[in-house]
Design a protein around this ligand. Structure first.
Ligand code: HEC
Ligand code: HEC
Ligand code: HEC
Ligand code: HEC
Ligand code: HEC
Length: 167
């Protein structure tokens, strides 16, 4: 009777380890994008965030770049690279790349967020999105919960009125 008991315990421990691994790996899920876009390469070439995310300074959403913007350089840069060939195929079909979104609130939470306001207040992109200068693939570095937003609003004396952040 001893052996099966040990096998059961080993089984439970293994299952717990697997569940723990799944939970921690889910907190930073790797997203498979239609084109493997590396922030690192582009930031090392001193391309500014705002060149590709042109909304950040002027509106609520940062926005994602159109395929036409990518082709400004990739019409001639690295055209032999298989990822650039995928990119060019989208451009030739006149389609934008269907990027998988990484930071997005559930619609049900009806959250209001404004990039423009935070940039004006001097909050750095990296505080909210991590250090993309090192990123080969974009992952969600920080899960923005209500508590984290409110912590900073308290310390910076910004409003914590429900209707400031909720529609
Ligand atoms: C201002 C110019 C410029 C723009 C705009 C640009 N890239 Fe690049 N891209 C580069 C340079 C420079 C490299 C590196 C080339 C090299 O290594 O020789 C590069 C490399 C790449 C690579 C190859 C991977 C690697 O690590 O070398 C991919 C994939 C890529 N870019 C995708 C994109 C996508 C998608 C867009 C649009 C969202 C884009 N690029 C916009 C300049 C640009
Ligand atoms: C050459 C264009 C380019 C530059 C420069 C660039 N990005 Fe991006 N960014 C993209 C593309 C394309 C995506 C979508 C693919 C992905 O998630 O990797 C993206 C995705 C993101 C996302 C995730 C968006 C989401 O929710 O799905 C964040 C956050 C981001 N970028 C922040 C930045 C910051 C901060 C900088 C400057 C430090 C920057 N980016 C510079 C092209 C660029
Ligand atoms: C105070 C935190 C904060 C700062 C600072 C911040 N972001 Fe964001 N960003 C967010 C949140 C939260 C979202 C998700 C918004 C949503 O779903 O409505 C987001 C979404 C994005 C997206 C996805 C596309 C979009 O329009 O929503 C991009 C790209 C992005 N941010 C880029 C940037 C760049 C570039 C900077 C700096 C110039 C920056 N962010 C600064 C919190 C921040
Ligand atoms: C690092 C600090 C910091 C973080 C983190 C932060 N905020 Fe803010 N936020 C501010 C400051 C400072 C202001 C005030 C800017 C101003 O007065 O224009 C502000 C302003 C705002 C406004 C506009 C308020 C108004 O009066 O219209 C909204 C909406 C908002 N934040 C939502 C959020 C949400 C949602 C999050 C979490 C995803 C968040 N903020 C995270 C510092 C922060
Ligand atoms: C500084 C911004 C901010 C303030 C102020 C704020 N919230 Fe939130 N709230 C958020 C964010 C961001 C989320 C989404 C969190 C997530 O996705 O994990 C959220 C989520 C929620 C949810 C969960 C909704 C869902 O479907 O997931 C409720 C309920 C809620 N807030 C109620 C309130 C109430 C009531 C107040 C006022 C006492 C308040 N919030 C003030 C930012 C804020």
């Amino acid at each position: 009777m001893r052996r099966p008991a040990i096998a059961v315990i080993v089984g439970i421990v293994l299952l717990a380890a697997i569940l723990l691994f799944l939970r921690t790996s889910q907190s930073k899920p790797v997203v498979r994008q239609p084109v493997a876009f590396p922030h690192r390469t582009h930031l090392a070439n001193e391309i500014e965030c705002v060149f590709c995310h042109s909304g950040v300074e002027v509106s609520e959403s940062a926005g994602l770049p159109s395929v036409t913007q990518c082709m400004v350089c990739h019409q001639s840069t690295k055209t032999e690279d298989p990822e650039i060939q995928k990119l060019a195929a989208f451009a030739n079909r006149g389609e934008d790349v269907p990027w998988v979104r990484i930071y997005e609130f559930e619609r049900s939470a009806a959250v209001r967020f404004s990039h423009k306001r935070h940039l004006k207040a001097g909050v750095e992109c990296s505080l909210c999105h991590g250090n993309l200068a090192e990123a080969v693939e974009t992952r969600r570095e920080i899960h923005w919960t209500m508590g984290k937003c409110i912590d900073c609003h308290r310390s910076r004396q910004a409003s914590i009125d429900c209707l400031v952040c909720h529609k």
